[in-house]
Design a protein around this ligand. Sequence first.
Ligand code: HSE
Length: 308
Amino acid sequence: MESVKVFAPATVANVSCGFDVLGFCLDKVGDEIIVRKSTQPGVRITKIEGQKLPLATKENVAGVAAEALLEKHPCDFGFEIEIYKGIKAGSGIGSSAASSAGAVFGINALLGEPFTRNQLIEFAMKGEELASGTAHADNVSPALLGGFTLVRCGQKPDVISLPSPQELYATIIHPKIELRTADARSVLKRTISLEKGIQQWGNLAALVSALFMDDYDLMSRSLVDVVIEPERSALIPHFKEMKEAAIAAGALGSGISGSGPSIFNLSKGQATAEKVRQALIDSFSPVGIEFDTFVSPINKKGVQLITP
Ligand code: HSE
């Protein structure tokens, strides 16, 4: 193989109570990445369409992630990367993670898969570090592995794939304001009270249990964030009203997707997820900010090669 085309999906990180550790993978919305072998060693980003992002390898998340892989697997040839952005940077659905994951997945495929998908997480995290200042793995893990993932430890990633209940659907609303992850992280307090810690880890453990048990009621009770959402929700116009509208329409829970401004909503069944979408449209339309919405099943496959 001399070149591959990759679909790198959007993802939802945090999932309310799992700040920096929990995430899931979305379907259809994502970036397309073409990776080509080149006789010139190293990594070059040769084209970016769909958005204005840096072509310089060290300033581009895909470039930095690709270089991290090649540091562990030196080659006497190189790679050219074309990025077709389907996810807007600063939207909260894992834009930088998709490009980073897509690039390392494509290179790994051209190298004959020396690394497992799980091993690629460490390289893709380097892109997250460039984008947000922190090498968190809660978007790159579901982008690479699909489904729900839990990051037990971020330093040397220890990532666990969790079950994805069959009837679970996500509804996403993306208010078209840009919220940089670095800025959304800078508003967070560095310490939390023991009381909040107890509530948060109780909810996280219960949410993980609910995924294993297919228990939608427990999922609904657990989709609560007492640590991050109270601080970040002020950055998202109409957040409280949208959340209330989604719950009233039948959503199991709603929260900030990653660092926002997108909001994710989980529902049992596609029909409810569509009702939630309509409720969000009705709620947000009067605000006067452009927005997008979509409904997605949980994507269990993650990043994939696109066959020509
Ligand atoms: N866990 C990260 C955050 C995800 O919330 O800052 C960023 O997309």
